[in-house]
Design a protein around this ligand. Sequence first.
Ligand SMILES: Cc1cc2nc3c(=O)[nH]c(=O)nc-3n(C[C@H](O)[C@H](O)[C@H](O)COP(=O)(O)O)c2cc1C
Length: 155
Amino acid sequence: MKTLVVFYSRSGTTKRVAREVAEALSADVDEVIDKKSRKGILGFLRAGYDATRGKTTEIEFEKDPFDYDLVVIGTPVWNGRVTPAIRTYLLRNREKIKNAAFFCTCAGRLGKCLEQMEKILGKRPVLRKILVRKKLEEGIKELVEGLKALSDPNL
Ligand SMILES: Cc1cc2nc3c(=O)[nH]c(=O)nc-3n(C[C@H](O)[C@H](O)[C@H](O)COP(=O)(O)O)c2cc1C
């Protein structure tokens, strides 16, 4: 199964998860870049505001998700919501994504992030995983196991 791990990350947590998962699965990885600055206190405040308002943003990414059997998509949770970068990515690529798996990283309050991702994509993901920052190692292990099980012919 050809797998792509796509992620957006403001401060590195989601990036770390994406990298480790991609390595464990021998998958390709693609970082979604938000062209709007999310740095500093102003960036932080705007980030929460934009996520709450369901805003899209200007993004850059490299790989075509249509080339993959499974696209694993990761986002941080912002104000209980999906980030504008991943919202935009899902909207732009929903016709191209055959099978999706979602993961979110957060401090413990997921809110409606995963629900929103499913709604935007317009189809059910094959797997959903919440990773809490404090228990990241455990979360990565479980996510990798879940994804590996998807392509296990013995299951
Ligand atoms: C603007 C903003 C809003 C956030 N809102 C939430 C939230 O609602 N619930 C939560 O558990 N964590 C929240 N967080 C924490 C992040 O989801 C968490 O630290 C995440 O792992 C960061 O991922 P990153 O390092 O890949 O950017 C928020 C962080 C930011 C910057």
